[in-house]
Design a protein. Structure first.
Length: 378
């Protein structure tokens, strides 16, 4: 089968570990006869990291040139069509897909989370371009229900990052900071700037972590930013206030996922969707601070109730942290493992494995469509 080109469009080159993980999943899902061209904010870095052809996402002339030579245009995972954080975002992504359709490319919306779409024009644009897609796959029931109302067929499966292979090469013993702290266990904490994480709520969380450190000297609070622009400063500010805390920045999403599977990490407190997914998929206990319904939905799918809606967070959070302590101590003493029939949580392992296995449907459906479309064009 002759080589064909596919333009991959997503939130790439932005320094966001979750979206970079989605790009890795998409690249690994492409059949061998498909040559990817990745639209990126940082095309040189993306090219060097993934060994693929790239194009500056903001250079419209260059993007159009690539479209003229391409066969497919693929939205590659994430919540691209939503106007909660930016009204411009759906205009950009929807506009590029519409342009690709006008130029005769086969278009695919892959592993998408559709909405919220608060503005009528954005809802119209989203419906308009999705109706003309050869394939649509979504990662949540809310997105599928919206598409059903619009009469658009879609495959639903968990986020592809559930099934992404992890790299376990990170070694705590190689890091002098961990040796100096002489801590056997770590709690990974991932926070991001968001309007729901108000100064008052952040202070509650910070004080709770400080109090936890006072009573548990064998722990290191490991602050794990997923995106420097929204997580980095916040992590460093917390590090300055929380005793025996460390900031760990990891550029490789596969290594980032593997971190949550390390035996030193026994608990995760996370805001970001992909921090939650990576933690649970690697069998790590997870407490979610939900700033978005998508985070709540993932926790529900994993049958986990350790979650606080940030918009409802109040000083009782310190009581919730106190509730974690027996679980953490049990983990230290007996070693918690998903699927251990003796810990009464075998049902969690079943849910976790189902999510991991089901997530491969995005890959399978994409390959079916790309192979079928490519053969018919010969």
């Amino acid at each position: 089968m002759s080589k064909q080109r596919a333009i991959l469009c997503g939130y790439y080159g932005m320094g966001n570990a979750g979206d970079e993980a989605l790009l890795i999943c998409l690249l690994q899902s492409l059949p061998e006869h498909i040559e990817p061209i990745v639209l990126s904010k940082n095309p040189v870095e993306t090219r060097d990291r993934y060994k693929v052809k790239t194009c500056d996402r903001w250079d419209l002339i260059a993007v159009v040139k690539e479209m003229r030579r391409a066969n497919f245009f693929i939205w590659g995972g994430g919540s691209l069509m939503q106007d909660n954080s930016s009204r411009v975002s759906p205009i950009y992504y929807g506009g590029l897909m519409k342009l690709a359709q006008m130029m005769g490319l086969e278009t695919i919306a892959w592993a998408q989370g559709i909405g919220p779409l608060n503005h009528r024009s954005n809802r119209w644009l989203t419906r308009h371009v999705l109706k003309r897609c050869r394939l649509v796959t979504v990662r949540d029931t809310v997105s599928r229900e919206m598409l059903q109302r619009w009469g658009i067929p879609a495959t639903i499966a968990p986020d592809p990052v559930w099934a992404m292979k992890a790299d376990y090469s990170f070694d705590f013993s190689d890091d002098s900071h961990f040796r100096d702290h002489n801590s056997k266990y770590c709690i990974a904490v991932n926070l991001r700037e968001h309007w729901s994480l108000t100064p008052d709520r952040l202070e509650i969380l910070t004080q709770s972590l400080i109090e936890f450190q006072k009573n548990n000297s064998g722990f290191t609070i490991l602050l794990v930013p997923f995106q420097e622009s929204l997580d980095g400063k916040l992590a460093r500010d917390l590090h300055a206030r929380i005793p025996r805390s460390l900031v760990l920045s990891i550029d490789n999403p596969e290594v980032m996922k593997g971190l949550f599977g390390h035996p030193n990490i026994i608990f995760t407190i996370a805001m970001r969707l992909h921090a939650v997914i990576m933690s649970i998929s690697e069998g790590c206990n997870c407490f979610a601070l939900s700033y978005d319904p998508k985070v709540t939905k993932v926790m529900e799918a994993a049958h986990l109730t350790t979650i606080v809606e940030l918009s409802e967070m109040d000083p009782t959070l310190d009581e919730r942290i106190a509730e974690w302590l027996p679980e953490l101590r049990q983990t230290m003493e007996t070693g918690f493992a998903y699927g251990n029939p003796n810990d009464g949580r075998a049902d969690l392992e079943g849910a976790r494995q189902t999510l991991i296995q089901s997530a491969t449907q995005h890959r399978d459906r994409l390959r079916q469509v790309l192979d079928k479309t490519s053969r018919s064009s010969i």
